[in-house]
Design a binder for this molecule. Structure first.
Ligand code: NAD
Length: 254
């Protein structure tokens, strides 16, 4: 399939996990990908994989922190202006931090919201003019099953992901007449940098996680299982999907 042969896509969080797998998938389907991450080392791995796949000539790397307004304007704004077009934005960058809510500091809360929610807003705002100019722009945002299914110790993270769902619905409505689609994915139990070190408090009550296992497969799934769904949603195969979210959790929360 070459569903992205004539498309330019920006993927954030492209240096690890689901974002990295999405870059690989979209390159494999012919896309031109702008891969952003705060981790230069992560992006080097992404670049190496693209080289092995013979697709490095269609990959551009951007090192930036999505919670830094000036960096977003300068680095993302500069790169997409140079590209002259943008068809798809995949907002995968994010962090997971866990803590008892009564021990959560304001600094901790603000950091999670700043990256996950405000970062998604900043990158989207920067990209919207070109996505609208494309006439078939798509935004794929990253919510999480934690937004709707009460995951303990993740109040800040879950709130940020709930905010992303609401944000997605709003822009889907606001720009629908200009051809923009906006969808959110809500993954769960995907093996990645984030879930390898979730930082659950040492004194957590693990019985609260009893209902958080996938019904299919063997434990945590490969990030490519989310990347394939993103490719569908961002391509013309997803042309009638907007203003909604898709849960990708192996039936954990059915
Ligand atoms: N893995 C899961 O089960 C799961 C479940 C629900 C939602 N998600 C969401 O999926 C998305 C991808 O996460 P993942 O699981 O691949 O984790 P990951 O940790 O492997 O990847 C996240 C990437 O985001 C980057 N990043 C973090 N802060 C950044 C910043 N300020 N600016 C730019 N880049 C930054 C990291 O460097 C990393 O490369 C996240 O939004 C996450 O919340 C994942």
């Amino acid at each position: 399939m070459n569903r992205f042969e004539d498309r330019i896509i920006l993927v954030t969080g492209a240096g690890s996990g689901i974002g990295q797998a999405t870059v690989e998938r979209l390159l494999a389907e012919g896309g031109q990908v702008l891969a952003l991450d705060v981790s230069e080392a992560g992006l080097k791995v992404t670049e190496e994989r693209a080289r092995e796949a013979g697709a490095a000539d269609r990959l551009t790397l951007i090192t930036a922190d999505i919670s830094d307004e000036a960096a977003v304007q300068d680095k993302i704004g500069g790169t997409i202006a140079k590209a002259g077009r943008l068809d798809v934005l995949v907002n995968a960058a994010g962090i997971l931090r866990s803590e008892h809510t009564h021990k959560t500091s304001l600094e901790f809360w603000n950091r999670v919201l700043a990256i996950n929610l405000t970062g998604t807003f900043l990158v989207t705002r920067e990209c919207l003019p070109l996505l609208l100019a494309s006439g078939r722009g798509v935004v794929v945002n990253f919510s999480s099953t934690s937004a709707s299914f009460a995951h303990p110790y993740m109040a800040a993270y879950a709130a940020s992901k709930g905010g992303i769902q609401s944000f997605t619905h709003t822009i889907a409505s606001e720009y629908a007449k200009q051809g923009l689609r906006a969808v959110a994915v809500a993954p769960g139990s995907i093996a990645s940098g984030m879930t390898n070190t979730p930082g659950i408090p040492a004194d957590a009550d693990f019985s609260l996680f009893a209902k958080m296992s996938p019904a299919i497969g063997e434990g945590f799934a490969n990030p490519s299982s989310v990347a394939g769904v993103i490719a569908m949603l961002a391509s013309d195969d997803g042309a009638f999907v907007t203003g909604t979210e898709l849960r990708i959790d192996g039936g954990t929360h059915m």
